[in-house]
Structures are given as C-alpha cells and as structure tokens.
Write a protein that binds this ligand. Structure first.
Ligand code: NAD
Ligand code: TYD
Length: 335
C-alpha cells in the first residue's frame, strides 16, 4: 500500500487523477494537499469526498513546515505534484505567483522528499518547457526554450528537480503532457471557455489567425499515463505524454459551435496573445515503448467534454461571473 500526497489535487488534472486512482483496483491512500487558489475547488473532489482511502488537506506547497507536517502525520511515501499556476495569459499579466509556486514550490517538495527520505517525487510538467516547434516533434532530451512566464517557471521548476536527482539521487520522475481537456477544466482555458461561451451565445475569442496548433489529450489518458510512470518510470527520467491529436484552435472552435448547433459567426478573431507559441508537438516513443497507450480518441473525448459542460452548468456558472469576468475584462481592455 502506498500513501500518495497529491499536491494540486483539487485542480483540473489533479482531481481527474484522484478519481482515476480511487476507481481502479489498488490499496493506495490519497491525501490531496491543495492551497485552493481560484483554480482549486473542493467541488472537483465531491465524488470521492467520502471514499475511505481519501483525505483532503488545505495547504501551500511553498510552506515547507506544513508540507513536512502533513507528510509526517499521514505517513506519506510518494508525492505527485500537480500544484501550479497554470494559465499562460495570467502569467503574462502577473508572473509573481508563477515564480513562487512553479519554481520555489517545487524546490520545497524536493527538499521535503530529500530530508524525509520519501520513496518518490513525481513532478507533472508540460510540453511548453520545450517552446514552440514549427515542424517535427520534441524528444525528452531536447533543450528547453520556454516562451511565456508560465512556461519558463515550469522549466525552472523542472531544472531544480533534476538538479536534486543529479546531486542527491532524489527518486524523481517527470512527465511532460500536451494540452489536456475534459471535465473540471477551469473555463479560462480555450476548450471550456469556448464551450461555455457558445452555450450562452457569447463570442468565442480566437487569438490572432487561429491557426496555432495544439496536440489535445483527454484528461483520463493524462491521468493514466502519470499512474503508469509512477509504476514503470525510471528515476531521473522524464516522459512525454501525447496521443497524436493535433488541431488548430480554429478547428476546435468550429467543432464546438457545430456540436452545439450555434452559428459560425460566433467565432471572433481578436488581438493575438504576446509571443504566442505557434505549435507544440511531442515524440512519445519513450513512453509507448514502456507499454502505455492512450485509450480515448479526440472525437470521443470531445463529445464527452461538451456533454459534461452542458450537464454541469452549476459547476461553471458561479466561476464565470466573479473572478473570471474581472480577469477577462482586464485582459481585453488593458492589452
Ligand atoms: P489547474 O490550474 O486546474 O490546477 C492547479 C491546482 O494547483 C489548483 O487546485 C490550485 O489550487 C493548486 N495550487 C496552486 N498553487 C498552489 C500552491 N502554492 N500550493 C498548493 N496548491 C496549489 O491546473 P491543471 O490544468 O490541472 O494542471 C495541473 C498540472 O499539470 C500543472 O502543473 C500544469 O503545469 C500541468 N499541465 C497542465 C496541462 C493542461 O493542459 N492543463 C498540460 C500539461 C501539464
Ligand atoms: P490555452 O487553453 O490557454 O492553453 P495553452 O496556452 O497552454 O496552450 O490555449 C490553447 C490555445 O488557444 C492557445 O494557442 C491560445 C488559444 N486561445 C485562444 O485563441 N483564445 C482564448 O480565449 C484562449 C484562452 C486561448
């Protein structure tokens, strides 16, 4: 039996990972440790709140004493780190929290794993650390060339973690996933933003010409890949996660209006994001050679996602009228 501290487990991918871990055959105990920023929500974990192998602790990964106390109290042996500031546009407006959580916070987790002799730190990273690539795909040993403050903070956090592996032999694994989508994703990210706007007949804001390419991965496949690397990954190694589903933003927006029976005129081209990365793409032979494969096609994942937002308005309506509105007003009037 393992006891996993899932940091950032009340956010989008973290919550889906917790659901995934608690519904499969295992004895793992899951302690979610989450600061509950605007992106972290207890509602995301409501379905497992009474599960006998689940507990929730509110806390910040930048607070070493609190992380240590939680590890000690619950006999944690493995940390899986999802905690991050995760939205590129917010990092462009205000990078401060990104540097704190995505860099310093990762350092704190490395220190705790080292000081307390834990069995594993699994760090969840992103394709954005490599930066954009017009053609071809990045492999795990390619150099980092991040663009946004978000991507640079994630790259820096990873470099700190890798230094702990190289210097102290920290039992570290890393995954770098592509753009992920599915239930519980905060409606500031492109897919849930477009779906919820279309439901309300609000324009879908496409940055620039809309021809930027992202490889799209359904969230349960991202969760299963992380669980797989926890079991089969080699310490000191990073693994790309993708399933070869590249789409332009324009194509995604068109599919959304079509699926919801809305007019294409709802798609509106707006000012481009500064230094907008034109394409991300990852080679995945390292992970597939170990035996992992994705199981949800884009068509299936897309249909499930649209349906989830249609059926769960009570989840997203409260967040689209508060903090979210202020943020978008700021973004579109001050740039
Ligand atoms: P998210 O923004 O939905 O969730 C982040 C979670 O971290 C929230 O629950 C938040 O409360 C928590 N958090 C933030 N700061 C914290 C702190 N200091 N201490 C403790 N908890 C804190 O993000 P997500 O989309 O679920 O992404 C999760 C991880 O996966 C991130 O590390 C992100 O970089 C990475 N990733 C995301 C994608 C994607 O497409 N969403 C793709 C690849 C990798
Ligand atoms: P996003 O979901 O923010 O993820 P990332 O920037 O991490 O890839 O954006 C996905 C793509 O969609 C990206 O190319 C930016 C674009 N985009 C828009 O065109 N309009 C929007 O309102 C948003 C949020 C994103």
């Amino acid at each position: 039996m393992r006891t996993l501290l899932v940091t950032g487990g009340a956010g989008f991918i973290g919550a889906n990972f917790v659901h995934y871990m608690l519904t499969r055959e295992s004895n793992d105990r899951i302690i979610v440790y989450d600061k509950l920023t605007y992106a972290g929500r207890r509602e995301n974990l409501a379905a497992v709140a009474d599960h006998p192998r689940f507990l929730f602790v509110q806390g910040d990964i930048c607070e070493m004493a609190q992380v240590r106390a939680t590890v000690e109290q619950y006999n944690v042996d493995t940390i899986v780190n999802f905690a991050a500031e995760s939205h590129v546009d917010r990092s462009i407006l205000d990078p401060d929290a990104f540097v704190k959580t995505d860099v310093y916070g990762v350092y704190v987790l490395c220190e705790v794993v080292k000081q307390m002799g834990l069995a594993r730190l699994h760090h969840v990273s992103t394709d954005e650390v490599y930066g954009p690539i017009a053609e071809g795909k990045f492999r795990e040993d390619d150099r980092f060339m991040p663009t946004s403050p978000y991507a640079a903070s994630k790259a820096s956090g990873e470099l700190i973690a890798l230094s702990y592996y190289r210097t102290y032999g920290l039992p570290l694994t890393i995954t770098r996933g592509v753009n992920t989508y599915g239930p519980y994703q905060y409606p500031e990210k492109a897919i849930p933003l477009f779906i919820t706007n279309a439901i309300d007949d609000i324009p879908l804001p496409l940055y620039g010409n809309g021809l930027q390419v992202r490889d799209r991965l359904y969230v349960t496949d991202h969760a299963s890949a992380i669980a797989f690397v926890l079991e089969h990954g080699k310490p000191g190694e990073a693994y790309n996660i993708a399933a070869d589903m590249e789409k332009t933003n324009l194509e995604v927006a068109q599919r959304i209006v079509q699926a919801l029976g809305k007019p294409a005129a709802l798609i509106q081209f707006v000012k481009d994001r500064p230094a907008h990365d034109v394409r991300y793409a990852l080679a995945t032979e390292k992970l597939t050679a170990l035996g992992w494969q994705a199981s949800v096609s884009f068509e299936e994942g897309f249909e499930r996602t649209v349906r989830w937002y249609q059926e769960n308005e009570n989840w997203w309506r409260p967040i689209k009228s508060g903090d979210w509105l202020d943020y978008y007003r700021k973004q579109y009037t001050e740039r």
